[in-house]
Design a protein around this ligand. Structure first.
Ligand code: NAD
Length: 263
Protein backbone atom coordinates (compact mmCIF):
# COMPACT_ATOMS: atom_id res chain seq x y z
CA UNK A 1 0.00 0.00 0.00
CA UNK A 2 1.22 3.49 -0.87
CA UNK A 3 0.07 6.88 0.30
CA UNK A 4 0.08 9.02 -2.85
CA UNK A 5 -3.69 9.56 -2.50
CA UNK A 6 -3.87 9.34 1.28
CA UNK A 7 -6.98 10.96 2.68
CA UNK A 8 -8.53 11.67 -0.71
CA UNK A 9 -12.13 10.85 -1.53
CA UNK A 10 -12.67 9.75 -5.13
CA UNK A 11 -15.62 8.74 -7.27
CA UNK A 12 -14.92 6.51 -10.27
CA UNK A 13 -17.74 5.89 -12.71
CA UNK A 14 -17.94 2.65 -14.66
CA UNK A 15 -15.79 0.95 -12.03
CA UNK A 16 -17.51 -2.44 -12.25
CA UNK A 17 -14.89 -3.75 -14.67
CA UNK A 18 -12.02 -2.84 -16.96
CA UNK A 19 -10.26 0.49 -16.54
CA UNK A 20 -12.61 1.72 -13.82
CA UNK A 21 -12.09 -1.38 -11.68
CA UNK A 22 -8.31 -1.15 -12.09
CA UNK A 23 -8.61 2.52 -11.14
CA UNK A 24 -10.60 1.75 -7.99
CA UNK A 25 -8.03 -0.83 -6.88
CA UNK A 26 -5.08 1.48 -7.66
CA UNK A 27 -6.63 4.53 -5.98
CA UNK A 28 -7.50 2.54 -2.85
CA UNK A 29 -4.01 0.99 -2.79
CA UNK A 30 -2.65 4.55 -2.65
CA UNK A 31 -4.84 5.46 0.31
CA UNK A 32 -7.94 6.97 -1.32
CA UNK A 33 -11.46 6.11 -0.27
CA UNK A 34 -13.24 5.20 -3.50
CA UNK A 35 -16.91 5.45 -4.37
CA UNK A 36 -17.30 2.62 -6.86
CA UNK A 37 -20.01 3.48 -9.37
CA UNK A 38 -21.43 1.25 -12.06
CA UNK A 39 -24.72 0.56 -13.76
CA UNK A 40 -24.44 -3.09 -12.79
CA UNK A 41 -24.78 -3.90 -9.12
CA UNK A 42 -23.02 -7.27 -9.22
CA UNK A 43 -19.81 -5.97 -10.81
CA UNK A 44 -19.77 -2.81 -8.71
CA UNK A 45 -20.12 -4.93 -5.57
CA UNK A 46 -17.32 -7.21 -6.78
CA UNK A 47 -14.95 -4.26 -7.29
CA UNK A 48 -15.86 -2.97 -3.83
CA UNK A 49 -15.25 -6.42 -2.34
CA UNK A 50 -11.82 -6.62 -4.01
CA UNK A 51 -10.86 -3.20 -2.63
CA UNK A 52 -11.88 -4.30 0.88
CA UNK A 53 -10.06 -7.62 0.46
CA UNK A 54 -6.88 -5.69 -0.41
CA UNK A 55 -7.25 -3.63 2.77
CA UNK A 56 -8.63 -0.50 1.09
CA UNK A 57 -11.70 1.66 1.65
CA UNK A 58 -14.60 1.73 -0.82
CA UNK A 59 -18.30 2.41 -1.02
CA UNK A 60 -20.51 0.92 -3.72
CA UNK A 61 -23.04 3.17 -5.46
CA UNK A 62 -25.07 1.80 -8.36
CA UNK A 63 -26.29 4.53 -10.72
CA UNK A 64 -26.85 5.19 -14.39
CA UNK A 65 -24.57 8.10 -15.18
CA UNK A 66 -26.64 9.07 -18.21
CA UNK A 67 -29.32 10.23 -15.74
CA UNK A 68 -28.29 13.65 -14.43
CA UNK A 69 -30.36 13.34 -11.25
CA UNK A 70 -28.76 9.98 -10.49
CA UNK A 71 -25.32 11.59 -10.95
CA UNK A 72 -26.26 14.43 -8.60
CA UNK A 73 -27.39 11.82 -6.04
CA UNK A 74 -24.08 9.95 -6.44
CA UNK A 75 -22.07 13.06 -5.59
CA UNK A 76 -24.48 14.10 -2.84
CA UNK A 77 -24.14 10.69 -1.17
CA UNK A 78 -20.35 10.89 -1.38
CA UNK A 79 -20.27 14.29 0.31
CA UNK A 80 -22.92 13.30 2.90
CA UNK A 81 -21.19 10.05 3.91
CA UNK A 82 -17.51 10.82 3.31
CA UNK A 83 -17.46 14.56 3.94
CA UNK A 84 -16.00 15.84 0.66
CA UNK A 85 -15.06 14.98 -2.92
CA UNK A 86 -11.46 15.32 -4.08
CA UNK A 87 -11.40 13.38 -7.34
CA UNK A 88 -14.19 12.80 -9.84
CA UNK A 89 -13.13 10.37 -12.56
CA UNK A 90 -15.77 10.29 -15.29
CA UNK A 91 -14.70 7.02 -16.84
CA UNK A 92 -17.87 5.13 -17.83
CA UNK A 93 -18.17 4.95 -21.58
CA UNK A 94 -17.85 2.77 -24.59
CA UNK A 95 -19.39 1.88 -27.94
CA UNK A 96 -19.35 -0.80 -30.56
CA UNK A 97 -18.24 0.04 -34.10
CA UNK A 98 -21.28 0.74 -36.24
CA UNK A 99 -22.00 2.00 -39.74
CA UNK A 100 -22.83 5.71 -39.54
CA UNK A 101 -25.50 5.64 -42.24
CA UNK A 102 -27.25 2.69 -40.64
CA UNK A 103 -27.12 4.03 -37.10
CA UNK A 104 -30.58 4.58 -35.60
CA UNK A 105 -31.50 7.72 -33.68
CA UNK A 106 -31.79 5.62 -30.54
CA UNK A 107 -28.30 4.11 -30.95
CA UNK A 108 -26.79 7.53 -31.66
CA UNK A 109 -28.49 9.05 -28.62
CA UNK A 110 -27.29 6.19 -26.39
CA UNK A 111 -23.68 6.68 -27.48
CA UNK A 112 -23.77 10.44 -26.95
CA UNK A 113 -25.64 10.11 -23.65
CA UNK A 114 -22.99 7.80 -22.19
CA UNK A 115 -19.83 9.25 -23.68
CA UNK A 116 -20.67 12.95 -23.63
CA UNK A 117 -23.70 13.93 -21.55
CA UNK A 118 -22.75 11.68 -18.62
CA UNK A 119 -19.30 13.26 -18.44
CA UNK A 120 -20.80 16.74 -18.37
CA UNK A 121 -23.24 15.69 -15.63
CA UNK A 122 -20.42 14.15 -13.61
CA UNK A 123 -18.13 17.16 -13.88
CA UNK A 124 -20.96 19.60 -13.14
CA UNK A 125 -22.10 17.72 -10.04
CA UNK A 126 -18.50 17.39 -8.86
CA UNK A 127 -17.81 21.09 -9.36
CA UNK A 128 -20.76 21.94 -7.12
CA UNK A 129 -19.12 19.92 -4.36
CA UNK A 130 -15.57 21.09 -5.09
CA UNK A 131 -16.12 24.84 -5.41
CA UNK A 132 -16.91 25.39 -1.71
CA UNK A 133 -13.81 23.30 -0.86
CA UNK A 134 -11.71 25.43 -3.24
CA UNK A 135 -9.99 22.24 -4.38
CA UNK A 136 -10.69 19.27 -6.56
CA UNK A 137 -9.61 17.20 -9.42
CA UNK A 138 -11.60 16.18 -12.49
CA UNK A 139 -10.47 13.26 -14.63
CA UNK A 140 -12.12 12.32 -17.89
CA UNK A 141 -11.56 9.19 -19.98
CA UNK A 142 -11.63 9.95 -23.68
CA UNK A 143 -10.29 7.65 -26.41
CA UNK A 144 -7.93 7.64 -29.36
CA UNK A 145 -11.18 7.85 -31.34
CA UNK A 146 -11.72 11.28 -29.79
CA UNK A 147 -8.29 12.49 -30.93
CA UNK A 148 -8.53 11.28 -34.53
CA UNK A 149 -10.78 9.28 -36.80
CA UNK A 150 -11.41 5.58 -36.22
CA UNK A 151 -13.56 3.77 -38.77
CA UNK A 152 -17.15 3.12 -37.73
CA UNK A 153 -16.85 5.07 -34.51
CA UNK A 154 -18.04 8.46 -35.77
CA UNK A 155 -20.65 9.13 -33.09
CA UNK A 156 -18.42 7.78 -30.31
CA UNK A 157 -15.46 9.78 -31.64
CA UNK A 158 -17.60 12.90 -31.79
CA UNK A 159 -18.65 12.48 -28.15
CA UNK A 160 -15.11 11.60 -27.03
CA UNK A 161 -13.75 14.71 -28.81
CA UNK A 162 -16.37 16.80 -27.02
CA UNK A 163 -15.17 15.68 -23.60
CA UNK A 164 -11.58 16.55 -24.51
CA UNK A 165 -12.77 20.11 -24.94
CA UNK A 166 -14.81 19.87 -21.74
CA UNK A 167 -11.68 18.96 -19.78
CA UNK A 168 -9.72 21.86 -21.24
CA UNK A 169 -12.61 24.28 -20.71
CA UNK A 170 -13.08 23.28 -17.07
CA UNK A 171 -9.34 23.54 -16.42
CA UNK A 172 -9.41 27.08 -17.79
CA UNK A 173 -12.61 28.12 -16.02
CA UNK A 174 -12.06 26.64 -12.58
CA UNK A 175 -8.29 26.67 -12.11
CA UNK A 176 -8.57 29.87 -10.11
CA UNK A 177 -10.74 27.93 -7.62
CA UNK A 178 -8.00 25.35 -7.07
CA UNK A 179 -9.63 22.79 -9.35
CA UNK A 180 -7.67 20.81 -11.94
CA UNK A 181 -9.12 18.96 -14.92
CA UNK A 182 -7.27 16.46 -17.10
CA UNK A 183 -8.14 13.96 -19.79
CA UNK A 184 -6.71 10.47 -20.26
CA UNK A 185 -6.83 8.94 -23.72
CA UNK A 186 -6.46 5.16 -23.62
CA UNK A 187 -5.30 3.38 -26.73
CA UNK A 188 -6.41 -0.19 -27.40
CA UNK A 189 -6.68 -1.92 -24.04
CA UNK A 190 -6.95 -5.48 -22.96
CA UNK A 191 -10.09 -4.67 -20.96
CA UNK A 192 -13.15 -6.93 -21.01
CA UNK A 193 -15.19 -4.65 -23.30
CA UNK A 194 -12.46 -4.17 -25.89
CA UNK A 195 -11.27 -7.79 -25.86
CA UNK A 196 -14.78 -9.06 -26.50
CA UNK A 197 -15.05 -6.75 -29.51
CA UNK A 198 -11.62 -7.80 -30.84
CA UNK A 199 -12.69 -11.42 -30.59
CA UNK A 200 -15.52 -10.82 -33.09
CA UNK A 201 -13.07 -10.40 -36.00
CA UNK A 202 -10.41 -13.03 -36.64
CA UNK A 203 -6.89 -11.63 -36.51
CA UNK A 204 -7.99 -8.21 -35.28
CA UNK A 205 -6.15 -8.50 -31.97
CA UNK A 206 -2.91 -9.39 -33.77
CA UNK A 207 -3.34 -6.41 -36.14
CA UNK A 208 -3.77 -4.03 -33.21
CA UNK A 209 -0.76 -5.49 -31.45
CA UNK A 210 1.44 -5.13 -34.53
CA UNK A 211 0.49 -1.48 -35.15
CA UNK A 212 1.11 -0.19 -31.64
CA UNK A 213 4.71 1.05 -31.44
CA UNK A 214 5.21 -0.78 -28.12
CA UNK A 215 3.75 -3.93 -29.77
CA UNK A 216 1.18 -4.80 -27.16
CA UNK A 217 -2.30 -3.90 -26.01
CA UNK A 218 -2.46 -1.70 -22.97
CA UNK A 219 -3.75 -2.92 -19.66
CA UNK A 220 -6.34 -1.29 -17.46
CA UNK A 221 -3.54 -0.95 -14.92
CA UNK A 222 -1.53 1.20 -17.38
CA UNK A 223 -4.41 3.67 -17.37
CA UNK A 224 -4.97 3.37 -13.63
CA UNK A 225 -1.34 4.25 -12.84
CA UNK A 226 -1.59 7.37 -15.01
CA UNK A 227 -4.82 8.34 -13.27
CA UNK A 228 -3.16 7.91 -9.85
CA UNK A 229 -0.44 10.34 -10.92
CA UNK A 230 -2.91 12.90 -12.28
CA UNK A 231 -5.10 12.60 -9.18
CA UNK A 232 -2.17 12.97 -6.82
CA UNK A 233 -0.46 16.09 -5.55
CA UNK A 234 2.57 15.09 -7.66
CA UNK A 235 0.56 16.53 -10.57
CA UNK A 236 -0.45 19.68 -8.68
CA UNK A 237 0.59 21.95 -11.61
CA UNK A 238 -0.81 19.69 -14.33
CA UNK A 239 -4.15 20.86 -15.66
CA UNK A 240 -5.92 21.03 -19.00
CA UNK A 241 -3.83 18.31 -20.62
CA UNK A 242 -4.75 15.25 -22.64
CA UNK A 243 -2.50 12.30 -21.83
CA UNK A 244 -2.48 9.49 -24.38
CA UNK A 245 -1.72 6.16 -22.69
CA UNK A 246 -1.53 4.14 -25.84
CA UNK A 247 1.90 2.64 -26.43
CA UNK A 248 2.73 5.49 -28.80
CA UNK A 249 -0.03 4.91 -31.35
CA UNK A 250 -1.38 8.50 -31.34
CA UNK A 251 2.12 9.88 -31.89
CA UNK A 252 2.43 8.42 -35.37
CA UNK A 253 1.78 10.45 -38.49
CA UNK A 254 -1.12 8.67 -40.20
CA UNK A 255 0.77 7.39 -43.21
CA UNK A 256 1.64 3.80 -44.06
CA UNK A 257 4.69 3.11 -41.91
CA UNK A 258 7.58 1.37 -43.63
CA UNK A 259 10.03 -0.69 -41.60
CA UNK A 260 13.55 -1.26 -42.92
CA UNK A 261 14.76 -4.88 -42.81
CA UNK A 262 17.23 -4.08 -40.02
CA UNK A 263 14.54 -2.47 -37.81
N1 NAD B 1 -10.85 -0.49 -23.66
C1 NAD B 1 -10.31 0.29 -24.55
O1 NAD B 1 -9.56 -0.16 -25.40
C2 NAD B 1 -10.60 1.75 -24.52
C3 NAD B 1 -9.94 2.56 -25.44
C4 NAD B 1 -10.19 3.92 -25.44
C5 NAD B 1 -11.07 4.47 -24.51
N2 NAD B 1 -11.72 3.66 -23.62
C6 NAD B 1 -12.64 4.31 -22.68
O2 NAD B 1 -12.26 3.94 -21.37
C7 NAD B 1 -13.41 3.90 -20.52
C8 NAD B 1 -13.49 2.55 -19.82
O3 NAD B 1 -13.44 1.54 -20.81
P1 NAD B 1 -13.32 -0.02 -20.48
O4 NAD B 1 -12.60 -0.62 -21.61
O5 NAD B 1 -12.88 -0.23 -19.09
O6 NAD B 1 -14.85 -0.41 -20.66
P2 NAD B 1 -15.68 -1.64 -20.11
O7 NAD B 1 -16.79 -1.82 -21.08
O8 NAD B 1 -14.80 -2.80 -19.79
O9 NAD B 1 -16.25 -1.04 -18.74
C9 NAD B 1 -17.12 0.06 -18.73
C10 NAD B 1 -17.94 0.04 -17.46
O10 NAD B 1 -18.86 1.15 -17.50
C11 NAD B 1 -20.12 0.69 -17.04
N3 NAD B 1 -21.21 1.52 -17.57
C12 NAD B 1 -21.70 1.51 -18.82
N4 NAD B 1 -22.75 2.35 -18.92
C13 NAD B 1 -22.90 2.91 -17.69
C14 NAD B 1 -23.81 3.85 -17.17
N5 NAD B 1 -24.78 4.37 -17.93
N6 NAD B 1 -23.70 4.20 -15.88
C15 NAD B 1 -22.71 3.67 -15.09
N7 NAD B 1 -21.83 2.77 -15.55
C16 NAD B 1 -21.92 2.39 -16.83
C17 NAD B 1 -20.21 -0.74 -17.53
O11 NAD B 1 -21.18 -1.48 -16.84
C18 NAD B 1 -18.78 -1.23 -17.32
O12 NAD B 1 -18.61 -1.78 -16.04
C19 NAD B 1 -14.61 4.21 -21.43
O13 NAD B 1 -14.91 5.58 -21.35
C20 NAD B 1 -14.09 3.87 -22.81
O14 NAD B 1 -14.78 4.59 -23.81
C21 NAD B 1 -11.49 2.33 -23.60
Amino acid sequence: MGNRLAGKIAIITGAGQGIGRAGALAFAAEGATVVVNDLHEETAQETTRRVHEAGGRALCHVADVTDSRAVDALVERCVAELGRLDVMWCNAGGARPESTVEMSDAAYERVVALNQHAVFYGCRAALRAMLPQRSGNLLITTSGAGLGAVHHLAAYGMAKAAVVNLGKSLAAEYGRHGIRANVISPGPMGSEGFLSWLATVEGLRERFESEVPLRRLGTPEDIARTAVFLASDEASFVSGVVVPVDGGIASQYPTPQAELPED
